[in-house]
Design a protein around this ligand. Structure first.
Ligand SMILES: [Mn+2]
Length: 215
């Protein structure tokens, strides 16, 4: 079975609960569609965990792209910190040098899209946009319109844009828009301060039968 989730944003507690709920078997695949880090407290911990699991794969999200730009090129620091990068930066700086290097090598290896087949369907997985004209930059950064066109014969699964933007009536559920499926159920909005919407969730989709899981 192939499972996908996205936009965990440092919330290790939700990630752990999701893995408990799924009870993955060695033959299952998990593809995490980017934005593991930033905003929440423990993005680095989740990254290290993903790196260790042989049946886990990951796509590059815009938050990992910002992280790489700062750590590998010393560029755009303000943008990363402004977008919730400070807890990630602090945790990264506390890692032993060997682990810092492993994290950077891992991030540099991440693809911006993946094609998989499950349940008789062809899926295209991306963090942001799948539109060819948007290029690799758009694949991680661009927010797509609900009526954007999907290549013939495929189903696109994407994160990055929280699903409440597509379905205000079912704000923290996976959005099924025909050949487009949005799986970012809004965890970026959870920062622990009182008054925020506590109903945001981490969603996970099993591609073989489109079964939904939430924590
Ligand atoms: Mn994103």
């Amino acid at each position: 079975m192939i499972y996908v989730m996205s936009d965990i944003h440092g919330h290790m507690d939700r990630y752990d609960r999701m893995l408990d709920l799924l009870d993955l078997q060695p033959e299952d695949r998990m593809i995490v569609q980017g934005d593991v880090v930033d905003r929440g407290p423990d993005g680095i911990g989740i990254l290290l965990d993903i790196m260790e699991r042989p049946n886990f794969e990951m796509l590059l999200g815009n938050h990992e792209a910002m992280m790489l730009q700062v750590l590998a090129q010393g560029d755009m620091e303000w943008l990363w910190y402004y977008n919730g990068g400070i807890p990630t930066r602090m945790a990264y700086d506390r890692l032993p040098g060997r682990e810092r290097e492993a994290v950077l090598t891992f991030l540099q290896s991440l693809p911006v899209e993946k094609r998989v087949r499950a349940g008789g369907r062809e899926f295209l997985l991306v963090h942001g946009s799948w539109l060819e004209e948007d290029g690799p930059e758009g694949a991680v950064w661009k927010r797509i319109e609900p009526d954007a066109v999907v290549p013939e014969g495929r189903t696109v699964v994407f994160g990055h844009t929280p699903t409440w933007q597509y379905q205000p009536d079912r704000p923290y559920g996976i959005w099924f828009g025909g050949d487009k499926i949005g799986i970012d159920c809004g965890l970026a909005g959870l920062r622990g301060d009182p008054g925020r919407d506590r109903n945001v969730r981490l969603g996970c989709l099993r591609l073989d039968d489109l079964r939904e899981y939430y924590v």
